[in-house]
Design a protein around this ligand. Structure first.
Ligand SMILES: *[C@@H]1O[C@H](CO)[C@@H](O)[C@H](O)[C@H]1NC(C)=O
Ligand SMILES: *[C@@H]1O[C@H](CO)[C@@H](O)[C@H](O)[C@H]1NC(C)=O
Length: 396
């Protein structure tokens, strides 16, 4: 399989994406594309590389795909080359900004370090000028969903997909993500409006339930927010540390992971709050608390279980209801889908909470780089809709 390099503009034109109309004030058109969840890996993909899917990665600094050998390259002093080097994947050899061009030894060819977070492999590849995607060897596709051709990094860097679209399409450097639990979700690069079915509903991006400041982490390019408290069943969980909690949003992992001290406290509180419920023991790995799902009862927000609130900086709550907390592991069993963080003793210290894909599904999120804010709708089931209910014809 050898894929030609296609410029970003051509990628956009050939892909099954819809361009929403501009606002009539000379501003550009947002790019709208479907998001699919891969059942085998629980990763989310967008079909934007010549119709082929790329895995979306909120913590990824670059866009990389496989390319053929004759792709054009970029010179080392180009500012994109510098940006490509702002983040270096773990365990990747430092071999400078570039290497001599095979045909013109006086020309320095930019190298970048595309990183596959799913296999932990990195490779040295060169950054092509036309697509501003990093060309990577096919071996880097290991552990990605079948049929995907690379990774679209969406982190807070100049070479992430949304930043490139913002420059190419002259739209705002922000994007909305609505990850599906099944069916097709939606991503809008450049902002809303976003209308979900049934027709006649107001723009969801204009009716977000909350927002909170985004923070930068000097070592990692992803999205960080701050929580001041955690509550289970509206009762504050007593945590070992009184420090505010650093929370990262991460589309690479299926379920939220918590630092061991936070995990213990939340699991104990949930255990207590569900004392009367019929358990399934032993719990289905990797989870700690599982229940007989036929006895849980349901609401329009999912199983009737205690809600978990992350009280965020600014005072709004990211509330996790049954629909985002309970994973159906088999016909009669649902488990609290939180996991304990492993290898937390690193330096720099890892976040206290890393919110994974399952906890973000059917919750519209707006990542606004210009305002450095994250907006969120809360579980859309509460509005009798889901991320798969987008009417694509409305955006055309
Ligand atoms: C946020 O959650 C906490 C804990 O459950 C609750 O006390 C508080 O009233 C909630 N705040 C808002 C704005 O809903
Ligand atoms: C989607 O929107 C179009 C245009 O407004 C409308 O004709 C169509 O019926 C809508 N589709 C659904 C499934 O509501």
């Amino acid at each position: 399989m050898s894929l030609a390099v296609v410029s970003l503009c051509v990628v956009l034109a050939l892909s099954p994406c819809a361009l929403a109309s501009g606002d009539g004030n000379g501003n550009g058109k947002p790019l709208v594309t479907a998001i699919t969840k891969d059942a085998a890996t629980s990763l989310y993909t967008v079909p934007i590389k010549d119709g082929h899917p790329l895995v979306i990665d909120l913590s990824g600094a670059l866009v990389w795909t496989t390319c053929d050998a004759s792709h054009p390259t970029m010179e080392c002093h180009h500012h994109f080359c510098m940006h490509a080097h702002s983040y270096h994947p773990p365990d990747c050899p430092h071999n400078g900004y570039g290497h001599a061009d095979e045909e013109d030894p006086f020309r320095c060819k930019c190298t970048a370090h595309p990183f596959n977070p799913f296999s932990g492999e990195s490779a040295t590849a060169d950054l092509t000028r036309t697509a501003v995607t990093s060309c990577a060897p096919e071996s880097l596709l290991a552990k990605l969903p079948a049929g995907t051709v690379g990774v679209a990094g969406l982190a807070r860097t100049r070479l992430a997909l949304q930043a490139q679209i913002a420059r190419a399409q002259k739209v705002a450097n922000k994007f909305a993500l609505c990850l599906p639990s099944d069916g097709e979700g939606i991503a809008i690069f450049g902002g809303g409006p976003l209308f979900l079915l049934p027709p006649g509903r107001p723009d969801v991006t204009a009716a977000l339930a909350g927002e909170t400041p985004l923070h930068k982490n000097k070592d990692l390019p992803g999205y960080f927010i701050t929580a001041t408290k955690i509550a289970v069943n509206q009762e504050q969980v007593q945590l070992y540390s009184q420090e505010p909690l650093v929370v990262e949003l991460c589309s690479r992992i299926p379920y939220t992971v918590l630092r061991p001290d936070v995990y213990r406290a939340v699991i104990d509180a949930f255990d207590k709050a569900t004392a009367g419920r019929k358990r399934v023991t032993p719990a289905a790995a990797p989870f700690a608390l599982c229940y007989d799902s036929r006895e849980l009862g349901s609401t329009r927000l999912g199983y009737a279980v205690p809600q978990i609130d992350l009280v965020l900086e600014g005072g709004k709550n990211w509330t996790v209801f049954g629909g985002n907390s309970m994973a159906q592991v088999s016909d009669g069993t649902a488990c609290l889908a939180l996991l304990e963080m492993k290898g937390e003793k690193g330096s720099p210290p890892p976040p206290a909470v890393v919110i994974g894909g399952f906890q973000m599904e059917n919750n519209l999120m707006v990542f606004d780089e210009e305002k450095a804010r994250l907006g969120f709708s809360g579980l859309l089931w509460g509005r009798q809709t889901t991320c798969s209910n987008f009417n694509f014809t409305l955006a055309a």
